[in-house]
Design a protein around this ligand. Structure first.
Ligand SMILES: Nc1ncnc2c1ncn2[C@@H]1O[C@H](COP(=O)(O)OP(=O)(O)OP(=O)(O)O)[C@@H](O)[C@H]1O
Ligand SMILES: [Mg+2]
Length: 184
């Protein structure tokens, strides 16, 4: 079910959307030199109190009332352990949450990065008013997408238009491909 890193990231991005984030940033550091993929999600949503933050990444912890399990963070944490990486969660009530997940890039168990354009599109679709930023960094390159810039260009046209959403997805994936090609 969770075949790539992007699917895990989407779960975490959706947590941020649910937490009422107004600003949401996904940073990916994809480095051959450091043999690491570091994924950082920063939101300014409702945050968690100390007790919740401590156990949020344990299996089954949830504040959901509809279904008594919460696995998004636990799965991501487990994956970082399998892939010789690390996981950290930093949160403050009323300020927001930062989650950092690192995996060894060349570890045999590390899944591919997956479709970052797709998960960015889904995040924007979940709440088009969020200021969403994607930063993709390699050893020698950098690609940045911000929904603010697109919103400015569109001059009143909704980000929710299907053509716009698809354009965003393609634009991001092309930018990332370009950054990867120039790195090799
Ligand atoms: N970015 C965040 N801001 C505030 N609270 C969060 C954030 N991410 C997670 N949490 C809290 O941690 C709990 C566990 O998150 P997790 O993603 O593991 O499960 P879930 O979202 O409850 O359920 P599931 O992801 O399985 O639908 C959430 O219910 C929520 O209370
Ligand atoms: Mg979740």
């Amino acid at each position: 079910m969770m075949e790539d890193l992007a699917m895990h990231l989407l779960e975490i991005l959706m947590n941020s959307v649910k937490a009422g984030a107004g600003t949401l940033t996904l940073k990916i550091y994809d480095s051959w030199l450091d043999n690491v993929i570091r994924m950082t999600i920063i939101d300014d949503g409702c945050g968690m109190d100390e007790e919740m933050a401590k156990k949020a990444a344990d299996p089954f912890t949830t504040s959901r009332t509809t279904r008594k399990i919460g696995m998004g963070l636990a799965f991501m944490k487990g994956l970082t352990e399998t892939c010789n990486g690390s996981f950290s969660l930093d949160s403050e009530v009323g300020k927001g949450t930062t989650i950092t997940a690192e995996v060894e890039k060349e570890c045999i168990d590390t899944p591919p990065l997956g479709d970052l354009g797709e998960i960015s599109m889904e995040t924007i679709q979940a709440n088009p008013d969020i200021d969403y930023t994607l930063e993709y960094t390699t050893d020698s390159n950098h690609f940045i997408f911000t929904s603010m810039e697109v919103r400015k260009e569109l001059d009143g046209v909704s980000l929710m238009e299907p053509e716009i959403l698809l354009w965003i997805k393609e634009y991001i994936n092309q930018g990332i491909e370009q950054a990867k090609e120039d790195t090799l």
